[in-house]
Every structure is written in structure tokens, then in C-alpha cells.
Write a protein that binds this ligand. Structure first.
Ligand code: NAD
Length: 353
């Protein structure tokens, strides 16, 4: 019998396809932008400048200093640029770091945003913002930070490096996996999560085999979109808590950490989330979803252990304590010693159990 549920959709407009970036000027006008500010990381500056050139009928400005973890001092510098340019909108071209900067500016100015994602992180589909100041990362939810429009242009992902495609893709899969057992889950999100996992699991090996494969890239970006909707709509559990702790307190890199931890989080929750495991067995074609995800990571060449990402044996007690000191919803109760042994297995890259 169907369980009780509450469904709430997020207001957003999504354009998906090949070459959809061509529609950016009309989408900017649709939101009343006359002087948008285009945001990127230093690494994607040339692409952002090309995008500004494309917006020649609008007086677009540029700020190219987006960086990991959305440091507040960078946001303040961007706010000064936005004020000086008298910008009336934000266009972010890039991964989760650039989308994060756009959201941080929107939180403080309420400016409309157009996201143009170039990784599979999914931040553009969420009302969630993580910001860092004084070495501490804080996360909040606000409808103000959800981009009004997202333009998914598959062509922009053709050059996403193989290593980042793998880790960013597994980061996306983690959103869908945890949506399957979220206490505030609902049948629509479960349908999206299952479709998302199926798309990503089929697409990622093909993307790694041929990064320029337009069909595989389209399937991966489609899956990433659905994964992002899962993240934005329902609450996440142990996996995201562990990754947040490892990123925030031990400075481990975002997407690779997700890629390593996911199989272990699935193994931990397997006995307490039978419906979610049934979906994973179906989509992964394996009787043991945790082991199948571990093997997928190896096949994609993702980092094999938290040790390779910089975590040390001496960090385990503190990491387990931080990940369990406050309670949060998770299918299996959080037992500190069991979480420590999960982290110990992940530190060494052992087969999840
Ligand atoms: P990222 O945005 O940090 O990008 C990593 C690097 O890859 C950057 O140098 C970027 O310029 C480059 N890059 C991006 N796309 C490229 C492309 N197509 N070709 C070549 N280079 C490209 O990495 P990410 O994994 O997308 O985002 C991670 C950040 O996003 C973290 O800070 C994380 O906390 C945040 N995040 C937030 C949410 C949310 O809902 N708030 C969701 C997911 C991730």
C-alpha cells in the first residue's frame, strides 16, 4: 500500500538540449535583465568572456573569481562588482562553486539568476547554500537562492575532464540514492531518483570511454538534473553528513569524497532501507548495491580511498564524533563505533560490508 506523503515542487524553469546556450539572451530578457553579471572560476574565465560577447545587446559585466566552498570574502568582492556595475541579474557558468557564488549574491540582493551548469553537481536545482568564513562551513536553505532559470547545454559538458566527470557523476548519484530513503521522500521523487540512477550508471562508463560522446553526455547531464532535483526537494542522510564533515573539517575535496564514501554509506544503511535497496539492485544489476557502486567507482577510475584524498588514521575518531554528535534522519540509527568502522574501511578503500 502507498505510504502517506507530502509533495512540494520547486519553482524553476529548465531548458535542456544541445546548443541551448544560444537561448541565453532571450532567457535573460525574460527575467528583465539589462545589465547581468556573468560569474565563473578563473579556470573558466575564457568561456565566461565568450558568453559575455554573446550577450552583446545587453551590457553584461564579469566576475571570474568563484572558488570552492563559497568563501564570504569572495562573495563580498563580487557584491562590490555587482553594485559598481549596477547589475540587475546573475548568470553563473560553471560547477557547484560558481553556482554557490551566484546563490550567495542572490541571498543578499534578491537578484534573479540563470544557471548554466558545466558539471553534474546539481546545485542549480537546490535552495541550499553552503558558505565558509573563519574556516567554518555553514549550510542554509532559502528560496531566495534557487536560480529562476537553468540552461543545460550538453555541449558545454563535452570538455569536462574525465576525472571530474567520474567524481561529479558519482556525487550526483549520491543525491538520488539518499532521496530513495529520505523520511520526507515521496513517489514523484522516488521515480526521479530511480530514473536518475539508471541514466547515470549507464552514461558514466560511456562518458569515460569516449568523453566527446554526445549521446552519453546528454544522458549523464539529464541524470544529473534529476539527481539535483532530488537533492533540492528532500532531506539527505548519513552519506551527505559524512561528506559535509570530511569536506568542512578535514578539507577533503567535494566530489571525490562523495565518490569514495557512497558505497560505504549504502552498505551501512542497506539492512534498514529495503525498498531503496530494491531500486538500487534493479538499476545496478547486482544483488549487492554497495559492492556494485564500489566496483563502478573503480571502473570509472575514481579515487579508491579517503586515504588517497588526505584523511589520516588519526582523524577517524574526530570524524566519527563530528558525524554523529547531532542527530539527523537516517534509516539506520547512527552508532558512533559503527560509523568509525565505516570510515576506517573507506580510509583504506576496503570492499564495503
Ligand atoms: P567546481 O565547481 O568546484 O569545479 C571544479 C573545477 O572544474 C573548477 O576549476 C571549474 O572551473 C572546473 N570546471 C567545471 N566545469 C568544467 C568543464 N565543463 N570543463 C572544464 N573545467 C570545468 O566543482 P563541483 O563539483 O561542480 O562543485 C563543488 C562545489 O559545489 C562544492 O563547494 C559543493 O559544496 C557545492 N555544491 C553545492 C550544492 C548545493 O546544493 N548547494 C550541491 C552540489 C555541490
Amino acid at each position: 500500500m502507498q505510504k502517506e506523503f507530502v509533495f512540494g515542487g520547486l519553482p524553476m524553469r529548465v531548458l535542456f538540449g544541445h546548443g541551448t546556450l544560444e537561448r541565453l539572451p532571450e532567457e535573460a530578457e525574460r527575467l528583465g535583465m539589462r545589465r547581468p553579471m556573468v560569474l565563473s572560476t578563473p579556470e573558466q574565465r575564457a568561456d565566461a568572456e565568450a558568453l559575455i560577447a554573446r550577450l552583446d545587446t545587453l551590457g553584461a559585466g564579469g566576475f571570474f573569481r568563484a572558488t570552492m566552498h563559497t568563501p564570504v570574502d569572495v562573495t563580498e568582492a563580487a557584491l562590490a562588482a555587482v553594485a559598481e556595475w549596477k547589475s540587475d541579474g546573475l548568470i553563473c557558468l560553471g560547477g557547484g562553486s560558481t553556482t554557490g557564488l551566484s546563490k550567495a549574491i542572490a541571498l543578499r540582493t534578491d537578484l534573479p539568476q540563470i544557471a548554466v551548469p558545466t558539471t553534474y553537481a546539481g546545485s542549480e536545482m537546490t535552495p541550499i547554500l553552503g558558505e565558509t568564513s573563519n574556516g567554518e562551513k555553514r549550510t542554509q536553505r532559502s528560496d531566495k537562492v534557487l536560480p529562476e532559470t537553468t540552461i543545460y547545454d550538453v555541449d558545454l559538458t563535452l570538455g569536462l575532464p574525465a576525472a571530474l566527470s567520474a567524481t561529479s557523476g558519482l556525487n550526483a548519484v549520491a543525491h538520488a540514492v539518499e532521496a530513495l530513503y529520505a523520511p520526507d521522500g515521496n513517489p514523484v521523487i522516488s521515480l526521479m531518483a530511480e530514473a536518475a540512477i539508471g541514466a547515470m550508471v549507464a552514461a558514466l562508463p560511456a562518458v569515460l570511454a569516449a568523453p566527446g560522446d554526445r549521446h552519453a553526455r546528454a544522458q549523464a547531464l539529464y541524470g544529473a538534473w534529476l539527481c539535483g532535483v532530488c537533492l533540492g526537494t528532500v532531506g539527505m542522510g548519513l552519506h551527505h553528513k559524512l561528506c559535509h564533515t570530511l569536506g568542512g573539517s578535514f578539507d577533503l575535496p567535494h566530489a571525490p569524497t562523495h565518490a569514495v564514501v557512497l558505497p560505504y554509506a549504502v552498505a551501512y544503511n542497506a539492512s534498514a532501507a529495503p525498498d531503496a535497496m530494491a531500486v538500487l539492485r534493479r538499476q545496478l544489476g547486482s544483488s549487492d548495491p554497495a559492492v556494485a557502486l564500489h566496483e563502478l567507482g573503480r571502473r570509472l577510475g575514481a579515487p579508491a580511498s579517503l586515504g588517497t584524498l588526505g584523511l589520516r588514521e588519526s582523524d577517524l575518531d574526530r570524524a566519527a564524533q563530528l558525524a554523529t554528535e547531532r542527530s539527523y534522519p537516517n534509516p539506520r540509527p547512527l552508532v558512533r563505533q559503527a560509523i568509525r568502522s565505516l570510515l576506517d574501511d573507506a580510509l583504506h578503500g576496503r570492499t564495503p560490508r
